[in-house]
Ligand binder design. Sequence first.
Ligand code: HEM
Length: 467
Amino acid sequence: MPEPDPEWTAGTAPGTCPSVTHAVALFRRPLDFLTSLPAHGDLVEIRLGPVRAWVACEPRLVHHVLMDPRTFDKGGPLYDRLRTLMGDGLVTCRQEAHRRQRRLLQPAFGPPRVAGHLALIGEEADAVCRAWRAGHTVDLTAALTALTTGVTSRVLFSDSLGAAQAAAVRDSLAVIVRGLFVRTVVPVDALFRVPTPGNRRYLRAVARLHAVVDSLVAERRRDAGCDERDDLLGTLLRCAHGDGAGALTERGLRDQLVTLLLTGVESTAMCLASVFALLAGHPDAERRLHEEVDEVLAGRSVPGPGELARLRYTRCVVTETLRVAPPGWLFTRVTTREVRLAGRRLPRGTTVLYSPYLLHHDPASFPEPGRFRPERWLPERAAAVPGGALLPFAAGNRKCIGDTLAMTEATAAVAVVAARWRLRPVSGHEGPPRPAATLGPRSLVMRCEPRRRTPAGGPPGARPPAP
Ligand code: HEM
């Protein structure tokens, strides 16, 4: 694809010993480091340890990269590491394998199927916050991860996971997203083969996640007519039991399930946790959200399709959260041939990065980018946002397959929780932000203030107020 804009500039991020200082900056204060890069060009060279990499900083340049997946394929430090976890599933597979996989899975994520999941989303959200009690503190990140685990497992397997399996998914994810980030910033495989406690913990977490998925497949296969079920596992089993050239191998089956479980649980949980953290700091937005939820739900615990469509401000809150704190904030690509980009010659095998966080904090696209203002997304104002500036789900043929599910799930879950509870921050519980492969409050603890009459009594899943 020819480069459309010869005006793009290229530069190099400053640093006395870039192979050390860039990795340290990206590790210690990644968001500041990223947002400092556009000052040096539209395409900026950085070092990830010994690896030279280029960060695309300008929105049209990022779209140019995303719309040419044959040249800028899945690869680079993040995806090379993700392959040990997800093999060649839909997120990680190379371009040549992508179309077949996407065609297989796409129908399960289309709007009609997602609309059919609204009731189960409401049930999972209601079950999570029904257990809370007035005045008690709750580990919100864990609760919201339980919610997204419930939704994802019912979409994939038609069933909730058992308590032990759900805990294994949650605990493994926490270790994996942190370990992945370290392996992306310092892409030196030899370091991660040393049997340190941290490396062993990471490998154990990967093995645990694989074991959960294997046991779910084995359980289903014990059922007669196991591949007739109308869920994602049923679709994949039909493909695995077929005998055409496109039949799925056992490894391929596990790769897809691990991929969908991990992406479905993690990103949406981080989005939801960020929503409540941001609302707590923005009382005007919170008040407006509560007014809308009260009016639209009118005493119902969960929204139906009609109510969901009327939750317009709630959707703006979710969208603005995805702008301010996109769960997927840094991604890598690798060039499959020599290519010129922003006037630079990038040899085959070059790592190129893009960051939704960086684009979402560009003042040229979003005035006062650091301010949380859901009103930006009201229909009469959203038209002023430059096309392509908002990119939480990426673009092109590798765009998130779960975008409709995620928006439906987040909007409905925020409404269900906010109808019952006002969540207040508990000081001393924020902890320092720990950069990981996804962005969001990883250990958010909040206090529950009832908005409607709530049941009294012992709190399953909630802790009494601290003395
Ligand atoms: C708020 C929630 C979510 C966010 C912010 C998000 C974000 C993203 C982004 C940015 C990408 C592209 C990555 C890249 O360019 O390298 C992606 C891809 C993907 N996401 Fe999501 N995602 C979310 C929820 C989900 C859910 C609920 C699922 C499925 C259950 C899902 C499944 C996938 C898959 C399979 C891909 C790869 C698509 C392909 O390459 O064809 N995501 N997601």
